[in-house]
Design a protein around this ligand. Structure first.
Ligand code: GLU
Length: 424
């Protein structure tokens, strides 16, 4: 294994520092925001089906709570580590501030490849992890949600474990739950729907006709495949290439996305196994560099590196994943005139509908799909316009604009609370 050079937390700090400087803040004004408020590392011992004991490592980082309770997903991934979770928790803080919902930011992870666990092992892992982070979470404290390789079912197990310890049902402790136990209609596809709302708004503002463009999606999970690619397809857009961890597939006149989604069967199969007449195979790099108008990275961090950025042919990148573009790559894309709609704006639809779910849980109410989608669109478009206005005002990229909107809101809240800034 090579030396790990990419550190997402440092990547985030670099961007934060630049944005704070552009806003005219002194180091003392925001230094506190460069550190997570709380970091928890836990051990998760579980009995495997063969009787053996295995100990996994897990994390929950509570980055900032100035604007409200901590909020953010939990991912299951073999490469997760504390620096990744710190970055993801920071990004959640900025994301919630950009869309102006009353939350701070947090993130959790378990270092595990869930494909190697049976369902029973996964349940035991989830329950034990929940007990480890139990003192930190709660509907007024810190509200987890799905992320990479977790879903509504996993949220149900977390809610159940938390509720058992409290002796009564506490649906508001997690969002992204199944509908039957207090989930919100529209939550499962909300991140992808938000990505498309923002993408269409951006293309319109650029004077491009979305129906005549070609789209490429990297990632066939809940955000990329199930939602974004499928919504594009339903709206008659041409998705010419998609990819997952096994590689990509390409078809010049457009792929049959519903057929691919059905084939993948919620992650039971991968794209390498998919066969269809006229498709070409792509490597991950070829997928990202392939000739198209709109590129939607919807997988993991550190995908658009400086090497890839030099060869990207898309005019617009909509970041559905968290942290897909490195700082160096961002510079190159800026020079090359590629518009990047940043993650903390583009993929905020998930946490926006998580917020609706939490509000419904508190009020013991259930909204209908129309209410959810209308409110989602309103919030996403308002956030886009706030970011664009800031970017125009400060003559910066959309990423800088988004960070400036976020830092401004968080620091203002900090001042109003008489917090670290006033104490300085
Ligand atoms: N994991 C999602 C994200 O990165 C959703 C978080 C949430 O709903 O709390 O935005």
């Amino acid at each position: 294994m090579g030396v790990k050079t990419y550190n997402p937390y440092e990547n985030m700090l670099l961007v934060m520092d630049q944005a704070a400087e552009r806003l005219g803040l002194r180091k003392d004004d925001y230094e506190w925001l460069r550190y997570p408020e709380r970091e928890l590392t836990v051990s998760i011992p579980i009995k495997m089906d063969n009787g053996e004991l295995k100990v996994f490592q897990g994390y929950r980082v509570q980055y900032d709570s100035t604007r409200g309770p901590y909020k953010g997903g939990i991912r299951y991934h073999q490469d997760s580590d504390l620096d990744e979770v710190k970055a993801l928790a920071g990004w959640m803080t900025f994301k919630c501030a950009v869309v102006n919902i009353p939350y701070g930011g947090a993130k959790g992870a378990v270092r595990v490849d869930p494909r190697e666990l049976s369902r029973d092992e996964l349940i035991r892992l989830t329950r034990r992890y929940t007990t480890r982070i139990l003192p930190l979470i709660g509907p007024d404290q810190d509200i987890p949600a799905p992320d990479v390789n977790t879903n509504g079912e996993v949220m149900g197990w977390i809610m159940d474990t938390y509720s058992m310890f409290h002796g009564h049902s506490v649906p508001g402790v997690v969002t992204g739950k199944p509908l039957e136990i207090g989930g919100s209609i529209g939550r499962a596809e909300a991140t992808g729907r938000g990505v498309i709302i923002v993408a269409m708004h951006c293309l319109k503002k650029m004077g491009l006709d979305a129906d005549k463009l070609t789209y490429v999606v990297q990632g066939m999970g809940n955000v990329g495949g199930t939602a974004a690619a499928n919504i594009l397809y339903q709206e008659g857009k041409k998705v010419i290439a998609v990819g997952d961890y096994s590689g990509g597939v390409y078809k010049e006149d457009g792929l049959n996305i519903p057929e691919i989604t059905e084939f993948l069967d919620g992650g039971k199969r991968c794209l390498k196994e998919y066969e269809s007449e006229g498709i070409l195979r792509l490597t991950n790099d070829e997928l990202l560099e392939c000739k198209c108008d709109v590129l939607i990275p919807a997988a993991l961090e550190n995908q658009i590196t400086k090497e890839i950025a030099e060869h990207i042919s898309a005019k617009v990148i909509i970041e559905a994943a968290n942290g897909p573009t490195t700082v160096e790559a961002d510079e190159i894309l800026k020079e090359r005139g590629v518009i990047v709609v940043p993650d903390i704006l583009a993929n905020a639809g998930g946490v926006v509908v998580s917020y609706f779910e939490w509000v419904q849980n508190i009020q013991s109410l259930a909204w209908d799909l129309d209410e959810v989608n209308v409110m989602l669109e309103k919030i996403m478009l308002r956030a886009y316009d706030d970011v664009e206005e800031m970017a125009n005002d400060k003559n910066s990229t959309m990423r800088m604009g988004a960070y400036m909107v976020a830092i401004n809101r968080i620091c203002t809240a900090g001042r109003l609370r008489g917090g670290p800034i006033s104490m300085a």
